[in-house]
Design a protein around this ligand. Sequence first.
Ligand SMILES: [Zn+2]
Length: 175
Amino acid sequence: MDPQYVGRLRALHAQFKIPETYAAQTGLPLYEEPDELVETELDFYGREQRLTPGAFAAWQAMQESARADGISLLMLSAYRSVDYQCQILRRKLDAGQSLEQILQVNAAPGFSEHHTGRAIDIGAPECPVLEERFEETTAFAWLQSNAANFGFTLTYPRDNNCGITYEPWHWCFSA
Ligand SMILES: [Zn+2]
């Protein structure tokens, strides 16, 4: 891994007072930002999003296949830079949350799979966004049966070892 990137992350972690034991404690890997990103469709909120070319092609194929089965898969969030992850942390700290609370939900900068440009948070029209009951939707059932065919897997299942909340909406593409 690029030593400059690692150094930059170390400085950011010191700024946020993220414990040096974070990586060891969570077991989360360090993720690098990709060299190439492409614009996707606008997300559920009407925001621009980006993915790696491979992940976007796979996402489109998966969405189309789901649509043919009568299932809508909504993109809620895709690529996030390290800078953006820092903004999220800063915003939540400013809103009065503790670092500990925040890190249960948001990975520390460098440790979010969204940095790779291959992870997507997926929603369904009948479900409030980013809520555990996404697991009760037909979209989730469809993903469980079909996502692997398109290279997508659920990264943070229930009772995962990373100390990250169960995220039925978070799926990652690997080539
Ligand atoms: Zn996610």
